[in-house]
Write a protein that binds this ligand. Structure first.
Ligand code: HAM
Length: 438
């Protein structure tokens, strides 16, 4: 029986893989203008990093992590019953923030008094969720993290930059909603959590069992519950934005004023709590409005001013976001935007017979060396089927080379769009391509 890709994973076939490369290129271009530089951290980290960083009680850590035990440790565990020490327990990263902050702390990228470190990354993340449309077990994220600055300008510029990116890749503004909230800080959130818990206790009979179990650990997660009755009950729960301390209130107002000034439309959503425990103050999420089903968040992020300390560093404020590539592709398709197909071939050299093959081979190499995407037939096809192949490859031009052409030191160059044909000297084909492309 043939072996397929594991459930919840997808192959990015050439068209989509090429789009992923372009997508990353656009991110590097847009985010680069805001001073973000690339960082590449390991795909596996110590499990402990995610437990401390993201939070033990979150779904991501408690239910969705792929945890690996390396060879020798696994043998000792299975054969000798010796569970591996913390350092021997590794997990595939479910997101990129914890690893990036770990790297910032480990390499002291924000020494005291230094300018903020602005970092961006792109790559696969892993969550053992139940697969469905827009929800995979391995998916690709592009993310940014800015460490070392607590000013609201950092929050606002990151949100502006994210919206610019979506527009640049072609997601229409009208098919996106930007949701904004503040999660408060270590001063104002604990009393607010108690208020929510008390409210939930009052409505215990109406709330689902999961919400009530969560109420003990983190009552705010009830705002995320998809159960309709829970959503109705939680809509009347106390709102965090009515209970922010003065510092958090000022910060939130400043972020909103900066977004207003930049003409970025947003909706305040006091129920936006996000599923990761590290957030403080600003949180935001971008949802695609068309054809996405329940997995409609195409990106999200927020501030995490305590995370560096959680992973053993000195106090270092931080803010970032991540966006999901596969969900952006779904949003583009739902909005009817055609994904750009790569121009795969500038020139196809077609041989009239096998006698000219060696010359065709040389011509193809010369044109490639001159910087053009060139191809020829490698399977002794007829001239007709070579034209079909050229068409399939999207060749802009076909150079026909036969014994007659060769005797004259020429090819017959055909423009595949206009069907125009004309002779070109063998040693001028590359020059002719450069003229045509101009
Ligand atoms: P997140 O909201 O968990 O945040 O994920 C960010 C984005 O990744 C989501 O909006 C979605 O587009 C995509 N995504 C998440 N899970 C899946 C999945 N199972 N399948 C497909 N796409 C998915 C974070 O990961 C934070 N680290 C963001 C952040 C950075 N906050 C601060 N800095």
């Amino acid at each position: 029986m043939a072996i397929n890709a594991p459930e919840g994973t997808r192959d990015l076939l050439p068209d989509e893989a090429l789009f992923w490369e372009r997508f990353k290129g656009t991110a590097a271009e847009v985010f680069g203008r805001y001073g973000y530089l690339p960082i590449d951290t390991p795909i596996i980290e110590q499990t402990e990093l995610f437990v401390r960083g993201i939070g033990e009680a979150t779904d991501v850590v408690s239910k969705e992590m792929f945890t690996a035990i390396s060879g020798e440790n696994l043998r000792r565990w299975l054969e000798e019953g010796k569970a591996p020490k913390a350092k021997g327990r590794l997990s595939l990263r479910p997101e990129g923030t914890a690893g990036t902050v770990r790297a910032v702390v480990q390499h002291d990228l924000v020494p005291q008094g230094a300018a903020p470190a602005k970092l961006m990354y792109a790559g696969p993340m892993f969550r053992a969720e139940r697969p469905q449309k827009g929800r995979q077990r391995q998916f690709n994220q592009i993310g940014v993290e800015c460490l070392g600055a607590e000013e609201p300008t950092i929050d606002a510029e990151a949100i502006i930059m994210l919206m610019r990116f979506y527009e640049k890749v072609g997601i229409p503004r009208a098919s996106m909603r930007l949701l904004l909230n503040s999660m408060g800080c270590e001063q104002c959130r604990p009393p607010y959590r108690e208020l929510v818990k008390a409210y939930m206790d009052e409505h215990a009979a109406e709330l689902c069992e999961t919400c009530m179990t969560r109420a003990e650990l983190n009552p705010l997660r009830a705002f995320d519950c998809k159960n309709e009755t829970c959503a109705t009950v939680m809509a009347d729960a106390p709102k965090i934005t009515d209970h922010l301390c003065e510092g958090c209130r000022e910060h939130y107002d400043a972020v909103k004023a900066l977004l207003d000034g930049a003409g970025i439309a947003y909706e305040e959503d006091p129920a936006l709590v996000r599923g990761l425990d590290y957030y403080t103050r600003t949180v935001f999420e971008v949802q695609a409005t068309d054809g996405m089903g329940s997995q409609n968040a195409i990106g999200g992020g927020g501030r995490y001013d305590k995370l560096a300390e959680e992973v053993g560093g000195r106090p270092t404020p931080g803010l970032g976001f991540a966006l999901g590539f596969e969900r952006c592709v779904l949003a583009l398709e739902a909005a009817g935007v055609e994904l750009p197909r790569a121009q795969r071939c500038d020139l196809f050299v077609a041989c009239v017979d096998d006698g000219v093959r060696a010359h065709a081979f040389t011509l193809v190499q010369q044109c490639r060396d001159a910087g053009y995407i060139c191809e020829m037939d490698h399977q002794h096809r007829s001239l007709k089927s070579q034209f079909k192949l050229a068409d399939k490859l999207g060749a802009a031009r076909v150079a026909v080379l036969g014994p007659d052409e060769l005797a004259r030191g020429q090819v017959t160059l055909r423009d595949m769009a206009s069907h125009e044909e004309f002779p070109v000297a063998l040693d001028s084909v590359a020059a002719e391509l450069s003229q045509a492309l101009l």
